[in-house]
Ligand binder design. Structure first.
Ligand SMILES: [Zn+2]
Length: 315
């Protein structure tokens, strides 16, 4: 089964994705963006949070949820360093000796680590072995209709140190000023999870693990998503720039086969998704679509989707 989630969140004064530091100036990621104004398309630069950043956060949650369910996670992934068996040095730590057959290499890695099972890997040696990630995540970009109001502004901060005459000989300055560019926007992003790919070989399409283990891993993958969204633990600089705001809306589609919700950067994404889902009925394909607006909180919508998956025996 396939899960697709559109998320809208409001973030005032966030520093979720910083890209470079020039001297004492930390820059926020910014991307060119097409918007329509007075019937004409134009490009504006808007603050953004990369899919890599969101993907990293998801995998950190996956580590934690997997460990709490006593599922295997390799040492690199446990530390939040997602090298993912990229070469012999990293693979040898969990598989030794390294088999020669790509299928056996994939099997060994999937058995040893949930993160590489769900998040994929690229073993760039001879023979190369590639496993596509079972989850996909987009950039978080400002909602189109209000993208012109999205800003990234530098905030001045100062660090002060009290010094007496003797310590002045040192190199530390009494005062250091620095700037952090902060973004403010209503963001939207999409997260997809192909539950059928978990524990299944990307080479042969045959299950690598037994059904019980696959179901536990699916549950860990769902819990990680739930935790990431409900805790707001994604992106950088949370310790002093935890975004002010929160999730304003989520739309969750659960389908038998891959189906992706319309991007939440569009105001009519819920209606569009509904229309697109209706067409599945012609193929007698069951689905569930849950939207959290008004009274319903995002956690409820996700919870209902997870209940539905449970009813359908996905985990
Ligand atoms: Zn790993």
């Amino acid at each position: 089964m396939f899960l697709s989630v559109g998320v809208r969140f409001e973030a005032n004064v966030e520093a979720l994705n910083m890209v470079e530091t020039a001297g004492n100036y930390g820059k926020h990621r910014r991307v060119p963006y097409l918007v329509e104004e007075d019937g004409k398309l134009k490009t504006v630069y808007v603050p953004a949070v990369s899919g890599e950043s969101l993907g990293h956060a998801y995998q950190e949650h996956l580590v934690r949820e997997s460990l709490s369910m006593s599922l295997p996670v390799c040492d690199d992934c446990h530390r939040g360093e997602f090298y993912k068996s990229m070469n012999k040095v990293h693979l040898q730590k969990k598989v030794n000796p390294i088999p020669e057959d790509p299928k056996e290499i994939e099997t060994a890695i999937v058995r040893a680590c949930v993160v590489e099972d769900v998040g994929g890997f690229l073993y760039a040696e001879k023979p190369p072995v590639r496993r596509t990630s079972a989850f996909q995540v987009s950039y978080a970009l400002p909602v189109k209709s209000v993208a012109l109001f999205a800003t990234s502004e530098p905030q001045l901060h100062a660090r002060h140190a009290q010094m007496d005459a003797s310590s002045k000989k040192g190199n530390a300055s009494e005062q250091m000023i620095y700037y952090v560019e902060t973004g403010t926007a209503l963001y939207g992003f999409t997260f997809n999870l192909d539950l059928d790919a978990i524990g299944v070989s990307a080479i042969t399409s045959e299950p690598i693990l037994d059904e019980g283990e696959i179901k536990k891993r699916r549950e860990a993958a769902l819990k990680a998503l739930f935790r990431m969204l409900s805790s707001g633990q994604f992106g950088a600089k949370l310790s002093r720039f935890f975004p002010v705001g929160g999730i304003t809306e989520v739309a969750v589609a659960v389908t038998e086969h891959p189906f992706v919700v319309t991007s939440p950067i569009y105001d009519d994404y819920v209606e569009k998704t509904q229309k697109r889902l209706k067409i599945l009925e012609r193929f007698k394909e069951g689905y569930r679509f849950i939207v959290a607006t008004g009274e319903k909180v995002p956690e409820e919508a996700l919870g209902e989707a997870i209940d539905y998956l449970h009813e359908r025996g996905a985990f």
